[in-house]
Structure formats: C-alpha cells, structure tokens
Design a protein around this ligand. Sequence first.
Ligand code: NAD
Ligand code: UDP
Length: 310
Amino acid sequence: MKQILVAGGAGFIGSHLCERLLDEGNSVVCIDNFYSGRRENVGHLLKNPNFELIRHDVTEPYRAEIDEIYNLACPASPVYYQTDPIQTTKTSFLGTFHLLGLAKRTKAKLLQASTSEVYGDPAIHPQTESYWGNVNPIGIRSCYDEGKRVAESLCFDYHRIHGVRIKVVRIFNTYGPRMSENDGRVVSNFVVQALKGEDITIYGDGAQTRSFQFVSDLIEGLLKMMATEDSFTGPVNLGNPGEFSMLELAHKVIEKTGSRSRIVFQPLPPDDPKKRRPDITLARNKLGWAPSVSLDAGLEQVIQYFRERL
Ligand code: NAD
Ligand code: UDP
C-alpha cells in the first residue's frame, strides 16, 4: 500500500483522483484549504479508513512520510484565480516549493499539475511540449500562467540539483461532474445557464477554440504518468485533441439540454487565448495513453450531473 499525498484533493480533479487512488488500494492524504474546492467533493470518501482529509494551505510547509505526491493545489478557473492573484502566485510558487522540499526529504515522487496556459496565446498550433509559449507576464492571467511556469522551473531545478523524481503534466481544459455550479469556466457556465433557461454568455465572438477533455481520461493519464520510469520527467501534454469554438460548444449544449436559452455576446477578457489544441504524440508514445471520451458523451454526463444538482 502506497502513502499518497494529494494537494488540492478536494477540488474538481483532485476528488476524482483521490477516489481512483483509493480504489487501487492506496492510502490517501488529501490536503486542501477549500478555496475553490469543497469538503462535499470528497464527503463520500471520509468513511474509508485509508482516506484522510486535512485543511492545510500549501503556502505553508506540510510534513508527512509519503511515497508519492500529486500537486493539484491551485485554483484553475479564471474567476477564482483572478480574485486574489497574489495568493494564486504564492500558491503555485510556495506550494510547489514546499512540496518539492517534502519530496526531497522523503524521496517521494512528485507529479506537478501544470497547464496548457504555459503556452499562453499560442503562436504554434497544435501545441507541442517543445513550444516555449507566448505568455503576457504582466496581464491579468499571468498570476496563473507565470505561477505555473515558475512551478515547472522549480520542479526541474529540484530534479537537476537534488535528484527529486518529478513528473510534469500540462493539462488542457478538463471538465466533468463535481465542477461547482459557479466555477466560472465555460462548460459548467453554459450547462448551468442552459438548464436554468438563462442567457448563454459567450465572451467575444465565440470563434476562439478550446479542446475539452473529460475528467476520467485525465485521471487515467495522471496515473500512467506517475508510473513511468524515473528518467521520464515530462513535460507531457494531457488533453483531448478534438477542437471546438465556443459558439459550437454553446450550440451543442443548447441542443443536448433542449434549452430555450438565448446566446448573448459579452466582452472578451484580456489575453484570452484564441486557440488551443494539444499535440499528444508524446503521451501516446511514452504513456500509451489517449483520451476515449468524446465531447458529446462527456457533455451528456455533465448535463445529467447538473440536472440532479439544480
Ligand atoms: P479546482 O479549483 O477545483 O481545484 C483546486 C484545488 O486546490 C481546490 O480544492 C482548492 O481549494 C485547492 N487549493 C487552492 N489553493 C490552495 C492552497 N493554497 N492550499 C491548499 N489547497 C489549495 O481546480 P481543478 O480544475 O480541479 O484543477 C486542479 C489542478 O489542475 C490545478 O492545479 C489546475 O491548475 C490544474 N489544471 C486544471 C485544468 C482544468 O481544465 N481543470 C487545466 C489545467 C491545469
Ligand atoms: N468563456 C465564454 N463564456 C463563459 C466562460 C468562458 O465564452 O461563460 C470563454 C472564455 O473567454 C474562453 C473559453 O470560454 O475563451 C474557455 O474559458 P475557461 O474559463 O473555461 O478556460 P480558459 O480560458 O482558462 O481556457
């Protein structure tokens, strides 16, 4: 039985990861400050004797004897990460710094949840891991984008200098059950708006694209990445290469929910990337991984989830 620490484990992705790690017979410690996550996300796991939930802010050091660390602690929705941008940068930098220190002391492996945002508003398409990105270092997204970039930098320096075993994954837009109703990201916004019969808010003209990955595919990729040989550090893209405009997404959601909502257009926030699609050749070759859930199938599950909640 492995002792596994999941930082940010009460969040959307973290809760699915904790569940899966427990199912595989591991002992899981979930630390979270509940900034954008919820106790309720892991409420069903609390009765499991191999699960422990601890309120802890990763900007402070955490001590434990541990075999593996998944660092997911960081708000991922622009609405949340821009509310307290200084805390966002602190979380990415200090959080990763403290967890790398823990990995060094305990000789644990650390998987860092990085992001497609390290590519910024990309000048090459689709994005490969060798692309260095096009990030505005002083804009309203930079607390998140630069925070995640410095976190990658720290991982690689701890690896080169202290020999810490690192696994860096760049996650592309992921959606699924347990996103919160007011999360602010596009899939949950559109589905909740459609189910409530409210206007569907497209920012800009809706021509910008994203590639949406269902959460179960991501969890599979995270586990496969953690299990690779020590010499493989990444970074590796994890995402679904299907690419859709926000207008296409809105129409899909309206059709699938049978909603009478209207589409309205609102101003595009600054630095909003115009397009995004992962090149997943490396993940295919190194992890033997590819996503299997289509946007249509994944949306059905999310719609069902929010129907039950609302
Ligand atoms: P989320 O906001 O639901 O989860 C983040 C979790 O981290 C929350 O439970 C939050 O309370 C916790 N957290 C935030 N700051 C913390 C701190 N200082 N100390 C302890 N806990 C803290 O978001 P998510 O979508 O589940 O994302 C999880 C991770 O994956 C994040 O690191 C995010 O950057 C990364 N990621 C997600 C996506 C995506 O599309 N969902 C894409 C790229 C990267
Ligand atoms: N978006 C939108 N309406 C919304 C929320 C988001 O049109 O209600 C757009 C947003 O401007 C961006 C895309 O959807 O172009 C994805 O936004 P999200 O916040 O989900 O993720 P990110 O921009 O971080 O990829």
